[in-house]
Design a protein around this ligand. Sequence first.
Ligand SMILES: Nc1nc2c(c(=O)[nH]1)N[C@H]1C(S)=C(S)[C@@H](COP(=O)(O)OP(=O)(O)OC[C@H]3O[C@@H](n4cnc5c(=O)[nH]c(N)nc54)[C@H](O)[C@@H]3O)O[C@H]1N2
Ligand SMILES: Nc1nc2c(c(=O)[nH]1)N[C@H]1C(S)=C(S)[C@@H](COP(=O)(O)OP(=O)(O)OC[C@H]3O[C@@H](n4cnc5c(=O)[nH]c(N)nc54)[C@H](O)[C@@H]3O)O[C@H]1N2
Ligand code: SF4
Ligand SMILES: [Mo]
Length: 731
Amino acid sequence: MRTVAVTCPLCEATCGLTVTVDGDRVTRVRGDELDVFSRGFICPKGASVGALHQDPDRLRAPLVKRNGRFEEVSWDEAFAEIDRHLPRLMAEHGRDAVAVYAGNPSVHNTATALYGPAFYKALGTKNFYTAGTVDQLPKHFSSGYLFGHPMSIPVPDLDRTEYLLVLGANPLVSNGSLMTAPDARGRLRALRARGGRLVVVDPKRSRTAEQADEHHAIRPGTDALLLFAMVNVLFTENLCAPGALTPHLSGLDEVEVLARPFTPEAVAPATGLSASTITRLARDLAAAGSAAVYGRMGTTTQSFGTVASWLVDVLNVLTGNLDRPGGAMFPLAAAGQANARPGPRRPWRSGRWHSRVRGLPEVLGELPVATLADEILTPGEGQVRALVTVAGNPCLSTPNAARLSEALGQLDFMVSLDVYLNETTRHANVILPGPTLLERPHYDVALYQLAVRNVANWTPAALPTTVPQEWRTLLRLTAIVTGQGPTPNLEALDDLVAAEAAKRAGVDPVTDRTGPERLIDQLLRAGPYDLTLADLEAAPHGVDLGPLRPRLPDILATPSGTIELAAKDIVADVPRLLAALENTNPDHLILIGRRQLASNNSWMHNVAGLVRGTNRCTAQLHPTDAARLGLEDGASAHISSRTGTITIPVEITDTVRPGVVSIPHGWGHDVTGTRGQVARAHPGVNSNILTDDTDLDALTGTAVLNGIPVDVAAATTPATAPAPATTAAIP
Ligand SMILES: Nc1nc2c(c(=O)[nH]1)N[C@H]1C(S)=C(S)[C@@H](COP(=O)(O)OP(=O)(O)OC[C@H]3O[C@@H](n4cnc5c(=O)[nH]c(N)nc54)[C@H](O)[C@@H]3O)O[C@H]1N2
Ligand SMILES: Nc1nc2c(c(=O)[nH]1)N[C@H]1C(S)=C(S)[C@@H](COP(=O)(O)OP(=O)(O)OC[C@H]3O[C@@H](n4cnc5c(=O)[nH]c(N)nc54)[C@H](O)[C@@H]3O)O[C@H]1N2
Ligand code: SF4
Ligand SMILES: [Mo]
């Protein structure tokens, strides 16, 4: 028996866990009291890392589909199969014929985060998709144009702020996003305990809203209007006080002009908040000793996701709270901080290419996943014929999921790097599993760049494994698509990757390590804290690098060297917002999403401890709507949108705003051909049958997952028997 300290990679919070193992079995998991950042906090998912590791349905060997059935094969056979198909398809149809979809865990997994890019670059396809376009891309876009780098995302200085305005985020359940903050609940409690104020804007009285001083139940999709009206009040009441930011600003006058039509009175009917409330919110924000405005999923995955994300930071700037303690600050991670490189940088821009079928712009090198099905189903030059998924389940997580599922069924070839045979990977020809989080080393390259405190923590692999490390799998795939065949000299390839990475980072290559260890060591050596991997190895509970520090003006990398408050690529969407103000349509109920403490997007429902109890995949409706529709609690309803219909049990609750329907995503495990006994027994319904692949944030192509018009009607068939549209649409 031994106990090891690991960093949990399941969500963005980076909690420290202590895991007790007996041989290769996990016997106990606890929050690590000594962890410098999380100090003992743990959530139900973190507590399940042992169950996840021991899940008998988890894949441990590669699968190849032959005559429509999956067979377990050797690793050599699996790579030989890929080598027979991918290079041929690339040669016959061009590089863009192979698409990639990289899912959420591909960022949380050090191997895929560090070695994925080498493979994607070798593929050289424009058809690169990630979960970012069903998530946070609007924030990268607004930061890219405001500050010059898409990773320059200010995070609330949570531990010091006196006033936090949260829009469309539920950190008590999500544990924080674009804000790495383990034990968000404890940190928010501490905020209130020191006399600070927590204000939540959300169509639902979420768990976070329940802890807040104020909750404002906004109409979905109207945050940009509310935020613009707050900007308007700051100008009309002379409350703008950018203070020390003033010499670094441009576009202030333009913002004032742009905000003029969005008076509190003008936006009140659309937002559902009174003009006096909006005015007071602006005054309170301006009056606070320090304050941060913070928006997440509810503000990014909506029709005006980018404009809302931009206005969040406009408010942080106008009130002088950007880059000051207690405000919204820029973290500085120990390794890989993308915006830390000294010297002049090329200003960031998007739209360098466009998608073939719908002409949607590239952002951060990727195209909107909402158009992946179009690219597969539409014939012509450049048609997608093959797909590689890396830790993604787009058949449950992307809009118009039924159509995507149909499209995946028509591919010539599909490879999935994944640990489950699920709703997406069942379409693959080859599935390559990876080791579990306890069988691989971990360092959170991405999320420390968004942390509310600068910390660094390295986790060595806790358990041995027979499954190849995913960085090795990715190098073999890289070899295949570069014509080196399926059995390359992996050591030589790894040396090459490391040498390139060292050059990019501006350090001498490390020679006494390999794999992610070496890349992290190099990044630490290149980083701002004079650390090496050996330093982190000597500190199993992490290294605390202190509270966030101001980073202006060095962080700015816009063409003008200022914070470009009125960047033309962002303000281009303001006329559409103005038009929407005059054109609100209250006729439909509006669908929004909801995260759940014991779910992790789509993929942890095969852990029995996380699906115990009553079915939580329900459609929440306000009592007045339920009464009008003749629906009782627990009754079954048909819910329809432009793209499909689902049948789902109704849960009546006054926590949602009237006119709103809330359904969690990541469910719908009742399809054929998957392996996941527990998930199949708790299937729920796929809410992304309803989200619309043509309803996008105009600037980034990010899907509108919050704010879909739907019709709700009592179902005559019980909810346990799926409505025809659900099953018929998924092959
Ligand atoms: N309607 C609606 N839809 C949403 C959302 C919403 O709020 N509402 N949220 C969106 C958001 S924010 C996100 S991030 C996306 C997530 O979208 P996805 O990333 O597509 O979905 P996940 O459910 O995270 O699927 C992760 C996949 O990775 C696999 N996996 C897990 N760990 C590993 C690993 O270590 N290695 C490998 N190779 N595979 C692994 C799992 O088995 C699973 O198949 O969903 C989006 N979809
Ligand atoms: N337990 C758990 N934790 C998770 C995940 C999980 O699946 N489960 N997923 C992880 C991932 S991938 C992500 S991206 C993060 C997301 O982290 P968060 O964004 O904090 O999580 P959500 O629960 O999606 O919060 C969105 C909130 O926006 C509200 N909302 C919906 N529409 C609107 C709107 O138009 N305006 C406003 N103001 N609010 C609106 C919803 O009611 C909801 O409360 O969570 C991460 N953490
Ligand atoms: S909050 Fe996130 S990081 Fe912390 S234990 Fe839970 S899943 Fe893991
Ligand atoms: Mo996400």
